[in-house]
Design a protein around this ligand. Structure first.
Ligand code: EPU
Length: 337
């Protein structure tokens, strides 16, 4: 285990922000992770995974522990299903491709989501009509205080929309070690309800899609709308899509007849934050080296050399403007550090 000093975190966050870690250690085994967490000389510690869902607004004056546990294994299988376990440090998309190569179905709609496997249960990642909870079996997490490994079932994770117990009641108490998913080997359940997927498959001339075709369609859609963090720094959707009351929605519809919506329950409506941001005039807005993405208003971008604090100020301005125009509170999806 090699502790480094004053390390730039730029390569470790998809926003590409040049915040520094006072101390930094990469851990590749459970033993090293436990040892790093036990280092008394560094009382404050910060767990860093794939860095795909955070905005670093300052330097981290503590020990940053970069979890790089690797490994994918088949836990068990029968004719129709397979349980696959992936370690937290595996790149999510590479893992999706690994599953597709073996014709394991269930996560093809989640192709090309940046980040590592460790973030998967924390965020209940989702896209194009699928959330990880749909295929989730369990995850192993290290209790930071007891240093014991605990297994969390789907119920124990308390999944919600981009939510889990790891962001709520058990925040900062666990390090995710691995995630186990229940995937299909035959009779794959294809999810094509999300409008763009059907039209994308049509434009690809595919009528009887395989899970690989769905993955390719999702990859095409994402590439056409969402900036690749390798080219333009970003953290995907910066805000969550807000849920408002039906009464509130009906009132808004009078002034904004084109407001898009998804029904959540009899009294609740979800409104796309991207639409609210676009209507507020921010889509494509650029401020020196950062701004709002031109093709998807929900994504804030760093064109190079921006400060996290500048991006945060823009996010707050967007939130205030939406509050003023629509009376809606939009919450950040990205963790502000
Ligand atoms: N829209 C606009 N302007 C925009 C963007 C969106 O008007 O600039 C409106 C359009 O009406 C569009 C609707 O918003 O039909 C929905 O847009 P989109 O299909 O792009 O999805 P989203 O609601 O903006 C969510 C997730 C994404 C996920 C996509 C596809 C959240 C916060 N975001 O975005 O997840 O990829 O659906 O399922 O739920 C992420 O979490 O980082 C992420 C990218």
């Amino acid at each position: 285990m090699h502790i480094q000093e004053n390390i730039s975190l730029q390569p470790y966050n998809t926003f590409g922000l040049d915040a520094h870690a006072r101390y930094f250690v990469k851990v590749e085994s459970l033993q090293d992770l436990k040892a790093a967490l036990s280092l008394e000389a560094y009382p404050e510690k910060f767990i860093l995974g794939g860095g795909s869902n955070m905005l670093l607004t300052k330097d981290l004056n503590c020990l940053v522990i970069h979890v790089a546990l690797k490994g994918i294994e088949i836990v068990s299988q029968n004719e129709n299903n397979v349980l696959v376990k992936a370690s937290a440090g595996e790149n999510w998309h590479q893992f999706v491709l690994w599953c597709l190569d073996r014709n394991f179905g269930g996560i093809e709609n989640l192709s090309l989501i940046p980040g590592s496997v460790g973030a998967v249960p924390i965020q209940n990642i989702g896209a194009y009509g699928v959330e990880i909870k749909d295929v989730f079996e369990s995850c192993e997490a290290l209790n930071i205080h007891t240093k014991e490994i605990e297994v969390f079932t789907k119920d124990a994770c308390q999944f919600g929309y981009r939510e889990s117990v790891f962001k709520q009641g058990k925040k900062n108490q666990y390090v995710i070690l691995s995630t186990t998913l229940r995937l299909t080997k035959t009779q794959h359940q294809l999810h094509m309800d999300y409008g763009a997927i059907t039209s994308q498959l049509e434009s690809m001339g595919i009528t009887n899609p395989s899970i690989k075709d769905i993955s390719n369609a999702v990859i095409s859609i994402r590439e056409s709308k969402l900036p690749n963090p390798k080219d333009i720094g970003n953290s995907g959707s910066f805000f969550k899509n807000p849920v408002i009351s039906k009464i509130h929605f009906e009132k808004l519809k009078v002034n904004f007849p084109d407001i898009p919506s998804y029904v959540v329950s009899a009294n609740e409506i979800k409104v796309p934050a991207g639409w609210l941001i676009e209507k507020s005039g921010f889509k494509g807005k650029t401020f020196t080296n950062y701004g709002v993405h031109k093709k998807q208003a929900l994504v804030l971008v760093n064109y190079g050399g921006a400060k996290g604090s500048d991006i945060l100020a823009l996010a707050v301005l967007i939130q205030k403007t939406i509050q003023l125009i629509f009376g809606i509170t939009v919450e950040t999806e990205v963790n502000i550090i």
